[in-house]
Design a protein around this ligand. Structure first.
Ligand SMILES: NC(=O)c1ccc[n+]([C@@H]2O[C@H](COP(=O)([O-])OP(=O)(O)OC[C@H]3O[C@@H](n4cnc5c(N)ncnc54)[C@H](OP(=O)(O)O)[C@@H]3O)[C@@H](O)[C@H]2O)c1
Length: 278
């Protein structure tokens, strides 16, 4: 198939290119070659590429900065996604949109299914959710892939932040009351490669299995990396951030399971593979 990847220089975008190039003809754009806030250029570029499937992995991803830059977050995440959807409509291709666990408010205490009520708390989640709505309105051939707590080789992430902090601090305070599923970008890219083989369009939750708090994730990182550091669990209230975050945003890979896809490995196994690259 001909696959076009928008946002190919991002953390996930890089792994999508690596995974999909093995079996498809892949073309890419970065923010320098295509700014998705330009609707005319977006339509023209996608129509010129004539992909069978377009994967939209570009976004304004700074959750905290979105609170003070809501217009930029909306322009990229909502209107930019609308532009990509219109381009896919004109080019008659299927679209994959990467979305987030932050579309939920986190008050449920069991894993969120794809059909659970969305209710984002912060600007980032709201603008990403607005992107979903545009896709529903414009397209009928789409996969909305909601994922969470991404880390990968090609971008700054929680794992590298922890390992770097441990170099200069004897003690690190980590939030212990936000629960989610850390997800390795290589595993997500492989799952997307499977999804696009069939026209089973719709919303998919795609994360590594099992879940933890950020504190538990940090403990696992240092255990596997064999680094000694004193970790202090703190509450969200004690660790104030500009953006509100859901307390519980575990995504159940329900649609994935219902479509018969194999269970995705645990975040601990995935972490082991990732740490080998560092
Ligand atoms: N990271 C997570 O924990 C997480 C969790 C759930 C869902 N997601 C979603 O997963 C996707 C990939 O995330 P990621 O962590 O790989 O993000 P990332 O590393 O920040 O990559 C996003 C890419 O989009 C580009 N971009 C920003 N504005 C653009 C524009 N106007 N036009 C074209 N490109 C633009 C960025 O370029 P610059 O770097 O030059 O700005 C960057 O290369 C995103 O949709 C994100 O919302 C991420």
């Amino acid at each position: 198939m001909k696959i076009m990847i928008i946002g190919s220089e991002g953390m996930l975008g890089n792994d999508l290119v690596n995974v999909l190039s093995k079996e498809h003809e892949v073309s890419t754009t970065t923010i320098d070659t295509l700014d998705i806030t330009d609707i005319d250029k977006t339509i023209k570029t996608v129509k010129n590429n004539k992909p069978d499937v377009l994967i939209h992995a570009a976004a304004y991803t700074d959750v905290d900065a979105s609170e003070s830059n809501p217009d930029l977050a909306y322009k990229v995440n909502a209107l930019g996604t609308r532009n990509v959807a219109v381009a896919c409509y004109e080019a008659k291709c299927a679209m994959v949109y990467i979305c987030t666990d932050y579309v939920f408010n986190g008050t449920k205490n069991t894993p969120y299914k794809e059909y659970d009520q969305t209710n984002p708390l912060g600007v980032y989640g709201k603008t990403k959710h607005a992107g979903e709505t545009y896709i529903h309105d414009i397209l009928n051939k789409f996969y909305i892939v909601r994922t969470s707590w991404l880390y990968g080789y090609h971008g700054p992430n929680f794992v590298t932040t922890m390992l770097n902090l441990a170099k200069t601090n004897d003690s690190i305070s980590i939030v212990n009351d936000q629960i989610g599923s850390p997800t390795y970008t290589v595993d997500l890219a492989k799952a997307i490669a499977l999804l696009i083989k069939k026209p089973s369009y719709g919303i998919y939750h795609v994360t590594n299995s099992e879940y933890c708090s950020w504190f538990e994730f940090a403990k696992e990182i240092f255990k596997q990396a064999q680094v000694e550091v004193d970790l202090k669990p703190v509450t969200t209230e004690e660790f104030q951030r500009p953006a509100p975050r859901p307390k519980y945003s575990v995504l159940e890979n329900y649609n994935w399971k219902m479509e018969g896809y194999p269970k995705i490995r645990s975040y601990k196994e995935a972490l082991t593979d990732y740490l080998k690259l560092l």
